[in-house]
Design a protein around this ligand. Structure first.
Ligand code: BGC
Length: 455
């Protein structure tokens, strides 16, 4: 058995739009995903998160599921327009009351609440009125919203995540158009501008937290950034450099500024005026603004130095690296290639690139296609996934990576963005017609891992 350190944080994660439902209840305002899912063909099965798991009305039951697994921590997200229906200004007390109840229930059951302030739900009023994250005031709006959350929950929450997967939000939302707000026209510039504002939102919020709320209680604040491992196609120097650049454009885009105060050199050299620059004050604010690195890691890509026609890509960074998901086996229903050694290499890279900054695996999991309930409950490939990926984490830790916790994605089947309900990643099966929750084989496996603090 591979034993984890005492106090290792065993958690599971969800996000508000994916599980809550209650999309028009108790004064909540609309956000970009509420609107985006109404556009025909944006979600493959035509579904929405309007009801989803209806977590909003199943809090007691869902916390009981967590307790039954022995979870130490629950990572959820707070829906911005549930708290501030228009994004700024008037505060919705009933929205605050919902998260109050959730946090109290968690604490009563010995589970640490780990809220994420932003998992992609820009209030629609700010999007339609001002362009959302494209607007230079967006970092200030965000910090004002964060203040409301800190004031209300700061006495009971010790781990805050500001923003979930800023790179996925920027790229999928502002280049590929496959996530809200679905923009595509300026894919060579808008993602970098949005990323710039997301970073400033994080930095302002971290300063606010540290100056006014962190206190002596040892609270911490960071971001959750997703990155696949970039495996060089050959051992040539060019391919190895391409893979390194790929990691810098994915994790480093957010990791470097929050640790070192500046974008990676590779980005600055290539993007030039396509990416805004930080002022000296902004650099100072960003530097050291993350108490931990949140890693969302699922899969491994193969990467190489582009030659010939590959360099013709309309996206500038493609001059530096090309990548494919289609290498190796087994490949999951989402096309991802799961190679546990990619996790070991990923954690080692983080440890070497950002020495001294603790790491939390904030998301990791395995998708399966929608199937009958009986088939879904016996999710052996997911059990195998967790077994091997946790062993891979252990290997990186044994070699020095300072990993403090692991959050399984996800607590229960839910709305998987553009894939709707066609795939599932849950430890619990959800019958979306009745709301019934049932633990899968993977939930039992994870319970055992937690109980023995090892795999
Ligand atoms: C996101 C989750 C998502 C998961 C699986 C991450 O990109 O943070 O919201 O459900 O991956 O695709």
């Amino acid at each position: 058995m591979l034993t984890f350190p005492d106090g290792f944080v065993w958690g599971a994660a969800t996000s508000s739009y994916q599980v809550e439902g209650a999309w028009q209840e108790d004064g909540k305002g609309p956000h970009i995903w509420d609107a985006y899912t109404l556009i025909p063909a944006k979600v493959c099965d035509g579904s929405t998160g309007q009801v989803s798991c209806d977590h909003y009305h199943h809090l007691e039951e869902d916390v009981a599921l967590m307790k039954a697994m022995g979870l130490r921590a629950y990572r959820f997200s707070i829906c911005w327009p549930r708290i501030l229906p228009k994004g700024t200004g008037e505060v919705n007390e009933r929205g605050l009351a919902f998260y109050d109840r959730l946090i109290s229930l968690l604490l009563d059951n010995g589970i640490e609440p780990c809220p994420t302030l932003y998992h992609w739900e820009m209030p629609l009023a700010l999007e339609m009125g001002y362009g959302g994250w494209l607007h230079p005031d967006s970092p200030a709006w965000f910090a004002d919203y964060a203040r409301v959350c800190f004031e209300r929950f700061g006495d009971r929450v010790r781990t805050w995540v500001t923003i979930n997967e800023p790179e996925a939000h920027s790229m999928c939302g502002y280049r590929w158009g496959v996530h809200a707000p679905g923009r595509v026209a300026h894919g060579n510039t808008e993602p970098w501008l949005v990323g710039h504002h997301l970073l400033q939102a994080h930095a302002r919020t971290a300063r606010l937290y540290r100056e006014e709320f962190q206190g002596a209680g040892g609270g911490r604040i960071g971001m959750a950034v997703s990155v696949h491992w970039a495996q060089p196609r050959t051992d040539s120097r060019a391919d190895r450099e391409a893979a390194q650049t790929c990691l810098e454009f994915n994790f480093g885009w957010f990791g470097h500024p929050t640790v070192y105060g500046e974008y990676p050199e590779s980005m600055r050299a290539l993007l030039r005026d396509k990416q805004p620059r930080f002022t000296a004050d902004e650099r100072a604010l960003l530097k050291g603004s993350a108490d931990f690195l949140g890693l969302n890691h699922y899969h491994t890509h193969q990467v190489w130095a582009p030659t010939g026609a590959e360099r013709e890509s309309p996206f500038v960074e493609r001059q530096l690296f090309a990548e494919t998901e289609e290498f190796g086996e087994p490949r999951s229903v989402m096309g991802w290639v799961f190679l546990p050694w990619g996790m070991t290499k990923m954690l080692t890279w983080l440890h070497e690139t950002y020495p001294g900054v603790p790491i939390y695996v904030m998301e990791n999991g395995y998708p399966l296609a929608r199937a009958s309930k009986a088939e879904s409950l016996d999710d052996q490939p997911r059990v195998e996934h967790y077994r091997t990926y946790l062993a891979a984490c252990h290997e990186a830790m044994a070699a020095g990576a300072d990993v403090r916790g692991f959050f399984a994605w996800t607590l229960m089947d839910n709305f998987e963005w553009g894939l709707g309900y066609s795939v599932n990643l849950g430890l619990h099966h959800v019958d979306f017609a009745t709301g019934e929750r049932t633990p899968k084989a993977s939930a039992r496996f994870y319970r055992q891992v937690i109980a023995q603090n090892g795999v």
